[in-house]
Ligand binder design. Structure first.
Ligand SMILES: NC(=O)c1ccc[n+]([C@@H]2O[C@H](COP(=O)([O-])OP(=O)(O)OC[C@H]3O[C@@H](n4cnc5c(N)ncnc54)[C@H](OP(=O)(O)O)[C@@H]3O)[C@@H](O)[C@H]2O)c1
Length: 294
């Protein structure tokens, strides 16, 4: 039976508000656990509980009566404590803060140092699955960041073209990730203890630049080529160097996971869109989205 009482942590960041909005739109009873308590921009239907995440009692008491708990927090190493609190409160389903690259289905992605905290969370959930069920949501890079932040196609500066820019990969709108979470909660049995894959569209960077030019006729792409093999090698070198740029290296590992061939980043043939109620966008719909939003 579908879950209806849902708690969410990390609701006030980049992704969380999109999940909250979709859950509210679809009629879920949403409780936000917030460290800051700063939830005034979220829909008024939401109940907010200010929580001290370092206190197990504080989290357990906020979670009592909830059926599912969605985590969208950026500190992945803090998730095992949230899982323990959810078990103690009797929560049935945990959706961890994944929402990105294919860690669950690709060993090379799982081995990238940037995903250490997410990998440990997945291992912890597998170890506890007789006490709480889980679902891991993989969606690739946010479409909103592909164009809006220029990570895949930069409409306001130079685009880094990774390898030849012709390989297609899967990408998802923030609003569709909200739909994916709602879909999981409506289909608890079909999504129990496994990874689900969603996408709004699969496309290459070269295709994306062409679509962006149609959407914005004044846009003239500027590009520079980046070899992802080199980028990955240099990121490891940076990590092993005393005083190396750890943040830069971690960002480069993320780029590798999103764009490098062989890193399991295309799931347009087989995914969970239909089950979870995600229609996706055609190229012409993406063009209209870019014209309106970028
Ligand atoms: N696929 C992609 O393109 C992509 C891009 C970005 C992020 N992501 C993934 O999406 C997930 C969410 O990332 P985000 O960028 O939305 O996060 P974020 O904006 O950095 O943070 C989300 C919220 O988490 C809460 N928070 C911060 N530190 C916390 C802590 N230590 N313990 C508990 N709560 C804490 C804060 O809310 P309160 O003050 O209300 O508690 C914050 O507003 C992550 O798993 C990230 O890897 C994916």
């Amino acid at each position: 039976m579908a879950f209806t009482k849902v708690a969410i942590a990390g609701a006030t960041g980049n992704l969380g508000p999109h999940i909250v909005r979709e859950l509210v739109n679809q009629g879920f009873e949403v409780t936000v656990l917030s460290a800051s308590g700063n939830t005034s921009s979220l829909p008024s239907e939401v109940k907010t509980i200010k929580v001290d995440f370092s206190s197990r009692d504080s989290v357990v008491s906020a979670l009592r009566g909830q059926e599912a708990f969605v985590s969208a927090i950026p500190k992945h190493e803090e998730q095992p404590a949230l899982i323990d609190a959810a078990i103690a409160a009797g929560v049935q389903r945990f959706i961890p803060s994944e929402f990105g690259s294919n860690i669950v289905g690709n060993e090379k992605v799982a081995a990238l140092p940037v995903f250490g905290g997410k990998v440990k969370t997945q291992e912890y959930l597998r170890a506890k699955q007789d006490q709480i069920s889980y679902t891991l949501i993989t969606n690739g890079l946010f479409v909103d960041w592909f164009f809006g932040l220029g990570l895949g196609a930069n409409l306001k500066g130079k685009t880094q073209i990774f390898d030849n820019g012709d390989s297609r990969h899967s990408f998802t709108l923030l609003s569709d990730i909200g739909k994916a979470v709602a879909g999981v909660l409506k289909h608890p049995e079909e999504t129990k203890n496994r990874g689900v894959y969603v996408q709004t569209i699969a496309l290459s960077q070269n295709q994306a630049l062409k679509i962006a030019q149609k959407a914005k006729p004044d846009f003239k792409p500027e590009t520079e080529n980046v070899d992802l093999g080199e980028l990955e090698k240099n990121a490891y070198a940076e990590l092993s160097k005393e005083g190396g740029n750890v943040g830069g290296a971690m960002f480069d590992f993320i780029k590798v996971s999103i764009f490098r061939d062989g890193y399991g980043n295309l799931w347009d043939e087989k995914n969970d869109n239909e089950l979870l109620g995600i229609k996706g966008l055609s190229e012409s719909e993406l063009e209209a989205w870019i014209a309106k939003n970028v």
